[in-house]
Design a binder for this molecule. Structure first.
Ligand SMILES: C[S@@+](CC[C@H](N)C(=O)[O-])C[C@H]1O[C@@H](n2cnc3c(N)ncnc32)[C@H](O)[C@@H]1O
Length: 308
């Protein structure tokens, strides 16, 4: 088990919508620590891979937003220059026209630092794109501050020693190269919720991702998938398909309600669906024979499992 006990988690400097930072103590101990490579398929602001980087021989950070991944790569490779460039691009809390110029400039000639500056200055620090990949979030009367600087410096200092084993890449998940023995963390846009990056994710993508997960499972990779089973009465197609196939879901104390634009939803249930049985589980009431090695996931749903 990867222990989070007494460990200070590294918080990325991006204030990313859907960040799993506040759920890391629940999620990380459920990963398989024996895998040879960790692949964060939907890395977003980087909170997950950054906090398991010292536990795996190789780590891949992937996200479809090229400049989001590139700013992480640059921040870790050359923190001083990346921070200085981003600070110089940020506008003051009063400068709305300057923010609009920065946004137009990014949409015409995007760079990783311009994206980070927009994230620092926009509404609720929530990056938002339209379907044509144009940044369209409004001005948030905020800017790069001391807290951002402290987080950015700590993030870079933590990851820099691991650079030789880190791969930063920007690919659609279907193009991610998966090997037997990989541990995949899969945190896609939740199709039954809203977020700024959901503009280019739909229910067909849930089915596409499900099919891809079945393929990577057959290849011998393990996966852990985050999602909310139900939100405001809407079920998640991806999680339903995984459950119907027999994969095991672990209920988590969710953080989703805090970022939902439509406010808290009592029926929201955050889960982690696993393609394997984590070490931290023990059967509490066995209704079937005890699990064997390499047991099929379908057999596990009938077991009443609990966190150790
Ligand atoms: C819920 S967020 C991930 C948050 C991340 N785990 C964190 O802690 O910051 C989902 C991410 O999926 C990315 N994404 C959307 N479509 C994708 C695709 N087809 N392939 C890879 N990444 C994609 C989005 O850009 C977004 O960053």
């Amino acid at each position: 088990m990867i222990s989070c006990y007494m460990k200070k988690m590294i918080e990325p400097p991006f204030n990313y919508t859907g960040s799993k930072f506040k759920m890391l103590e629940q999620i990380i101990p459920l990963f398989d620590p024996t895998c040879s490579r960790f692949v964060d398929v939907f890395a977003g602001g980087g909170s997950v891979y950054a906090n398991v980087v010292d536990h795996y021989p190789a780590v891949v950070a992937n996200d479809i937003i090229y400049h989001l991944i590139d700013v992480q790569r640059r921040l870790v490779s050359d923190p001083a220059a990346t921070i200085a460039m981003t600070q110089s691009l940020c506008v003051t809390k009063e400068d709305q026209p300057g923010y609009h110029r920065l946004r137009d400039d990014f949409n015409a000639q995007p760079t990783p630092e311009k994206l980070w500056a927009l994230m620092c200055c926009c509404t609720n620090n929530m990056m938002r794109f339209n379907r044509s990949w144009k940044f369209n979030q409004t001005f948030g009367r905020r800017t790069f501050n001391e807290r951002t600087l402290a987080k950015a410096t700590a993030f870079a200092a933590h990851l820099m020693p691991h650079l030789p084993k880190l791969t930063f890449q920007s690919l659609d998940f279907e193009k991610v190269n998966v090997q037997s023995g990989d541990m995949l963390y899969v945190d896609p846009p939740y199709s039954n919720t809203e977020a700024g990056y959901n503009a280019y994710w739909n229910k067909n993508d849930d089915v596409r991702l499900f099919n891809w997960l079945c393929q990577v499972h057959d290849k011998g990779a393990k996966f852990a998938v985050s999602g909310v089973t139900i939100h405001a009465g809407v079920r998640c197609r991806l999680l339903d398909l995984l459950a119907e196939t027999g994969f095991v879901g672990v209920p988590l104390q969710g953080d989703y309600n805090k970022v939902s634009r439509s406010g808290p939803k009592e029926d929201t249930q955050e889960v982690l669906m696993l393609s394997y049985v984590p070490e931290t589980f023990k059967p509490v009431s066995i209704k079937m024979p005890a699990p064997q090695q390499n047991i099929e996931p379908t057999a596990l749903v009938a077991l009443d499992m609990a966190l150790a």
